[in-house]
Unconditional design. Structure first.
Length: 156
């Protein structure tokens, strides 16, 4: 059985990482290890006490999960969507509701992705995908809604 510890004040940041290539966009997804669900998702994680706000948490999560440094990010769309979930992502059991804030980070085209430095070892691979590919790969409806909202903001 998976132990579920989610504090009432738990806040999560979802980081949609993208690149603009000519008139098109590519989005970075990471695939969780089989033990962590084995599904594709954007980068993200819990806002920790050392993070002074959601943006700081986003920078930290991006660095931890992909190796992308703050100076490789060229544009940010802050807190453009929020959603709440109340079921554990592995067990489906009821949990205290968690609020997730969505940010988008445009990165340089030559950015190097490194998954090996993540202290949680939660991802086994990554890929750059078109919007249509992302929508097909994502497991969670609220993640798909986040991408739909971003699409309308980027106007493509």
């Amino acid at each position: 059985m998976v132990e579920i510890k989610i504090d009432v004040m738990t806040k999560i940041v979802l980081c949609i990482i993208y690149q603009k290539i000519k008139e098109d966009y590519q989005f970075l997804l990471v695939k969780r290890t089989p033990e962590k669900g084995g599904f594709w998702q954007p980068v993200g994680g819990q806002v920790e006490k050392k993070d002074y706000n959601f943006l700081a948490a986003g920078y930290r999560e991006i660095l931890e999960e992909t190796g992308i440094a703050k100076n490789e990010i060229i544009n940010i769309i802050e807190d453009f969507y929020k959603f709440t979930f109340d079921k554990h992502y592995l067990t489906g059991e009821q949990i205290t509701p968690v609020q997730e804030h969505v940010y988008a980070f445009e990165v340089k085209r030559d950015v190097n992705i490194v998954l090996d430095d993540n202290p949680s070892n939660e991802h086994e691979k990554y890929g750059w995908f078109s919007y249509d590919e992302v929508i097909k790969k994502l497991k969670w409806e609220n993640n798909k809604e986040s991408f739909e909202k971003l699409k309308s903001l980027l106007e493509f």
